[in-house]
Design a protein around this ligand. Structure first.
Ligand SMILES: C[S@@+](CC[C@H](N)C(=O)[O-])C[C@H]1O[C@@H](n2cnc3c(N)ncnc32)[C@H](O)[C@@H]1O
Length: 219
């Protein structure tokens, strides 16, 4: 699969603070992973941990930190292109003394395709992906057939993708596409207690948006 030319993110309008920029300059070497054409070795990135979760689009990373604290035996590869969030997450990792998160700054399609070995991932977290509500923008939604196939190829058999959205039409579209895929089984689930409220979710709830969690297992 080629990297999609239509991006699922928009980089305009994101102002990085001096503190976030400084955090990036100081901490990237410790907690960041550069993009390269080589596959990542889980053992090299997370020595001693045997579970790998890839989070796509961590935003400001608050939920990432909370989840990583709850599951210290799991390695979390946190991917986003949102520069303020990258600085913020790097600071939070240091402040909380967290050893099981590594951060990557690139389109998740590129990372999955080039740096993640097939059948090597235990779980994918996709929490509140940009909903792209306008019909003319639906083509930007990350959950489409190509993405579903890409994720399936990287998950181990029995691995899961957990998606959450506060945009009901997107939840419906995710469900329809996942249900159609012969690679997955699953559906809508109650919100798990371990999933903290994310920043984007909080904004949706304040607008009375209904939140849907969906979990699908690779079969
Ligand atoms: C609506 S925000 C949600 C952030 C966070 N999960 C939350 O719930 O607060 C979606 C995030 O996904 C990121 N994103 C969208 N497409 C992406 C892609 N292809 N690769 C990496 N990050 C992506 C955006 O930069 C943005 O930070």
């Amino acid at each position: 699969m080629d990297t999609p030319t239509i991006k699922s993110f928009k980089l305009r309008g994101t102002r990085i603070t001096a503190a976030q920029e400084a955090a990036r300059a100081r901490l990237w070497g410790t907690y960041g992973i550069d993009v390269s054409p080589r596959s990542l070795s889980l053992e090299a990135v997370f020595p001693g941990l045997n579970q790998l979760i890839v989070e796509i689009g961590f935003g400001m990373g608050e939920a990432t930190v909370e989840i990583a604290k709850s599951f210290p035996e799991t390695g979390f590869l946190a991917i986003d292109v949102h520069q303020p969030g990258i600085g913020k997450l790097l600071s939070a990792i240091e402040e909380n003394g967290i050893s099981n998160i590594r951060v990557m700054d690139e389109d998740a399609h590129v990372i999955l395709q080039n740096m993640i070995a097939d059948s090597s991932v235990d779980g994918v977290h996709l929490f509140f992906p940009d909903p792209w509500p306008k019909t003319r923008h639906h083509k930007r939604r990350i959950v489409n057939e190509n993405f579903i196939e890409l994720v399936a190829s990287k998950l181990k058999k029995g691995g899961t993708i957990h998606m959450a959205t506060d945009w009901v039409p997107y939840a419906k579209s995710m469900k329809e596409r996942m249900d159609r895929s012969p690679l997955f089984a699953g559906g809508i689930v109650p919100r798990p207690t371990w999933r903290p409220l994310t920043r984007f979710e909080g904004q949706g709830i304040r607008k009375d948006h209904e939140v849907t969690d969906l979990v699908y297992t690779k079969i």
